[in-house]
Design a protein. Structure first.
Length: 131
């Protein structure tokens, strides 16, 4: 079938990053009417998915835990981890744990991408996601 998300090379080339950004919608699982939109970068090298803390806290989440994250540069930091419903493309994933970070964008990591078929086409600089 058709991919749920398709990002062409021209869109990727406009940015400064190898991995493309997309818009995701987050909802509080216990109060689905509480929703927020965030930018997220597709990053299959990220073990866990992250979202901006400011967006997550705006959902007034009921549950969170703390987790220590080792970043690519070797820094070890403690962050809150929240349970949210994650919407992108035409799919909704319920009860996804995401880490709150002090950035303007989040990362869609391997923990979420494992639910999909993802094609990174290097020569065409495009990304397609089926799910």
């Amino acid at each position: 079938g058709a991919p749920i998300i398709e990002i062409d090379g021209a869109t990727i080339a406009e940015g400064r990053n190898v991995f493309p950004d997309l818009e995701v919608e987050l909802a509080q699982p216990m109060a689905p009417a509480k929703r927020a939109v965030a930018r997220a970068r597709i990053d299959p090298a990220a073990t866990v998915s992250t979202m901006p803390s400011s967006v997550l806290e705006g959902l007034e989440p009921l549950e969170y835990t703390k987790v220590r994250i080792a970043w690519g540069a070797g820094d070890l930091t403690t962050h809150r981890r929240y349970c949210v419903d994650l919407h992108f493309g035409n799919r909704m994933l319920k009860d996804v744990w995401v880490v709150g970070v002090n950035r303007e964008y989040g990362l869609i990591g391997a923990d979420v991408l494992k639910e999909f078929i993802v094609l990174f086409n290097g020569p065409a600089a495009s990304v397609k996601i089926w799910g």
